[in-house]
Design a protein around this ligand. Structure first.
Ligand code: FEO
Length: 383
């Protein structure tokens, strides 16, 4: 596939992986993207996961038509992209490897290979001239490892964005970008909003027509929505008005309260989504907590703490700098309800959270009094 006349897509699709990075469900597979820039000098941008080395080298060979690459640009050393570096270097011994200095230490640690005789270390704003195309390197530390660089081709106005703007799903899977890009971004890079924002500011000065990420589709056309969404995620601003209701329930009573609350929101015309944390993809729920401006946490008191799935959920949020939201709590307890206190404590260090006044306590089962409390909470959050 041609990205532009000179830039070819040579990536691979992984439809075998069950859990990406050992923890993320990827029902539509995963793409490990790689690109080839054909010019007077030829550059390959990133390799792929080691399980696909053979297929990728064949893709590369088919596009090279007998030529040899002059440069391998290594933007990111996580094994989903670096896994085929050694095989590539063995096959093309004359090719120079271009990367941030930190990446060369990682190459040595991963592969025991010292590339000192063929390495070109690059930093902020360094350039590489291929003939018609000049590449400029942009450092992107912690997006999402420290050695990451992005690469800007000023001729075709293409930004090779490493993991940035990537999503779960194979290259050719037909689904909208937003939901799976959010689940990917919040899950994997969400902690590093400050660093992502720094890179977005650098990107704002570039004339970008195409974004070539290392996962997901090549982005073209009007790029404004992608950039605006990334800015919101990086600054922890909500993407949308609405409520995520995340609950756990043991015998169905907390669930009943959560669903009654959802009905009230719907009646009030407030967008809402309900997630059962014991049964859903927890990273989808985490993503939705960063999507909406309001989150309701509903759980049971359990072993003088809270139900484990809710504890995990809140830990996943705080680990990703959850902030700038309005939150409310529904607790259940048959003799000593204390879940709201525990959840509030867990969220204490989250910045700029507004806690609702009308939190709800369920004493075992939902009754008339609980229903009134739920209505009050819904009305407070619907303002
Ligand atoms: Fe796709 Fe951070 O690797």
């Amino acid at each position: 596939m041609n990205v532009t006349q000179d830039i070819k897509y040579i990536g691979v699709n992984d439809r075998e992986v069950d859990l990406f990075e050992g923890q993320y469900n990827v029902p539509n597979g995963m793409a490990y993207n790689s690109y080839l820039i054909m010019d007077e000098k030829i550059a390959v941008v990133d390799t792929v996961d080691a399980r696909f080395t053979e297929k990728w080298l064949l893709n590369l060979e088919n596009e090279l038509s007998g030529k040899s690459p002059d440069y391998l640009i290594v933007q990111h050393m996580e094994p989903d992209h670096s896994g085929s570096i050694k095989a590539f270097c063995d096959k093309y011994p004359e090719t120079a490897v271009v990367a941030n200095a930190k990446a060369f230490n990682m190459i040595k640690n991963f592969f025991g290979t010292d590339l000192s005789d063929r390495q070109i270390a690059v930093g902020e704003n360094d350039t590489l001239n291929l003939g018609k195309h000049t590449l400029t390197f942009i450092t992107a530390p912690m997006v999402h490892w420290p050695e990451v660089i992005m690469t800007y081709d000023s001729t075709d106005k293409v930004l090779f964005s490493a993991d940035g703007f990537g999503k779960f799903g194979a290259f050719d899977c037909e689904e909208e970008w937003l939901d799976e890009a959010r689940r990917y971004y919040i899950g994997i890079v969400g902690k590093y909003g400050v660093q992502v924002n720094a890179v977005l500011k650098k990107a704002a000065s570039l004339d970008i027509k195409t974004i070539c990420a290392l996962h997901g589709p090549v982005l073209t056309g009007d790029l404004t929505p992608y950039l605006a969404t990334y800015t919101k995620w990086a600054t922890y601003e909500p993407e949308a008005n609405g409520v995520l209701i995340a609950y756990t329930s043991i015998y169905g009573n907390t669930k009943k309260a959560a669903l009654l609350l959802a009905d009230e929101f719907t009646a009030n015309g407030v967008k809402n989504e309900v997630y059962d944390l014991a049964r859903c993809d927890i990273y989808e729920a985490v993503g939705k907590a960063f999507k909406y401006d309001k989150v309701v946490f509903a759980t049971t008191t359990y072993n003088t703490d809270i139900f484990p799935k809710m504890r995990t959920f809140i830990e996943y949020l705080t680990a990703r700098n959850f902030q700038n939201r309005t939150v409310a709590f529904i607790e259940n307890g048959s003799w000593g309800p204390m879940a709201t206190k525990v959840m509030k404590n867990m969220l204490e260090s989250s910045k700029n959270l507004t806690v609702c006044e009308n939190n709800v306590t369920v004493l075992s089962g939902v009754n008339e009094q609980t229903e009134i409390a739920i209505k009050n909470l819904a009305n407070e959050l619907s303002k």
